[in-house]
Design a protein around this ligand. Structure first.
Ligand code: SAH
Length: 243
C-alpha cells in the first residue's frame, strides 16, 4: 500500500511514522509513505526570493466574502496532487515506487475536513482492500480553496467530532489504522479487531503489582485468577464477558 501525503508540514510526520510497527512496515516495504509539499510546487508568482537566498511562498490568501482565518490557495495543492498522480503513474522515474506486484494502480484521494464522513476501522479495511495508492490532502488554517474538489474527485473524511489545527494528525491516524489492516504489518495478524472495536482488558507479568499510595498505604493488584487457570473454555468465556 502506498500513501501519498500532501502537506505543508512533512517533517511533522517523521518521529511518529519512523517508530515501532509503522516504522518496521516501511522498512519491510509493506507500506510506503511519500510527501508532497504544496509550497514546493507553487507557481512562480506566489514565490519571492529574498537577497539572503530565502524563499517565501505565499500559499494562502484572505477568504472571498470575508470571515476569519486564511484560506490555502488551490493552485499549489492542485500541482502537488498532480505530482503524486505522476509518481503513481511512474511518469517520474527518479521517484519511481517499488513495484506493486504488477498491479495497475487504483487511486483514492482523501481530503481531510472536520465536517466529512467519519473515519472508522471498517472504512480503513475496505479502503486498503480496494486501492493501491491513497492520496491524503491535509488542510490548515481555514481550509483549502474549495475548487480543488472540482478539479479532482475526492472524499471528505473526518477523524472525529472536533476541530484540529491541521490534517496532519488525521493523515497519521489513517495511515496507522489502515496499515494494521495489511497482512504482515502486525506481528500477529489476528491482533486486528474483527467485530470488536477494542480488546477486553489485557494483563502481562508480573502476576501481582504492589503499589504504595501517597499516604504510604500499600495495595496489591492481581491478574484475574481465571487468566492463570490454564482452562481455555473458562478464559474464552471471561473474554467474551468483558468484550
Ligand atoms: N473552519 C474550518 C476548520 C479548519 S481546521 C472548517 O470548518 O473546515 C484546519 C484543517 O485541519 C482542515 O482543513 C482539515 O484538513 C483539518 N482538520 C481539522 N479537524 C479535523 C478533523 N476532525 N478531521 C479531519 N480533518 C480535520
Amino acid at each position: 500500500m502506498k500513501f501519498h501525503v500532501v502537506t505543508l508540514f512533512p517533517e511533522s510526520f517523521d518521529s511518529y511514522l519512523s517508530e515501532s510497527i509503522i516504522g518496521r512496515a516501511q522498512k519491510e516495504n509493506r507500506i510506503l509513505v511519500r510527501f508532497y509539499d504544496p509550497r514546493k510546487y507553487a507557481p512562480k508568482d506566489l514565490k519571492k526570493k529574498w537577497p539572503d537566498g530565502n524563499v517565501t511562498v505565499y500559499a494562502d490568501g484572505k477568504p472571498y466574502g470575508g470571515g476569519p482565518g486564511m484560506v490555502l490557495r488551490a493552485e499549489p495543492y492542485i500541482k502537488a496532487i498532480e505530482k503524486a498522480l505522476a509518481v503513481i503513474a511512474k511518469k517520474i522515474p527518479s521517484l519511481s515506487l517499488p513495484k506493486g506486484k504488477g498491479k495497475t494502480p487504483k487511486i483514492k484521494i482523501i481530503f481531510f475536513s472536520p465536517g466529512g464522513k467519519m473515519f472508522d476501522t471498517e472504512y480503513a479495511k475496505t479502503t486498503v482492500k480496494k486501492y493501491t495508492d491513497i492520496i491524503f490532502v491535509c488542510g490548515r488554517y481555514e481550509g483549502i480553496d474549495a475548487r480543488i474538489k472540482k478539479v479532482f474527485k475526492m472524499e471528505d473524511i473526518s477523524i472525529g467530532n472536533y476541530v484540529l489545527t491541521g490534517g496532519e494528525l488525521p493523515a497519521m491516524v489513517c495511515i496507522d489504522c489502515m496499515s494494521r489492516q495489511i497482512q504482515g504489518v502486525l506481528g500477529n495478524f489476528d491482533s486486528r479487531e474483527e467485530e470488536r472495536v477494542s480488546s477486553h482488558d489485557v494483563y502481562t507479568r508480573p502476576e501481582i503489582i504492589v503499589h504504595k499510595d501517597v499516604k504510604g498505604k500499600e495495595k496489591k493488584y492481581a491478574v484475574p485468577a481465571v487468566l492463570l487457570s490454564g482452562d481455555p473454555k473458562l478464559i474464552d468465556a471471561w473474554k467474551k464477558l468483558y468484550n
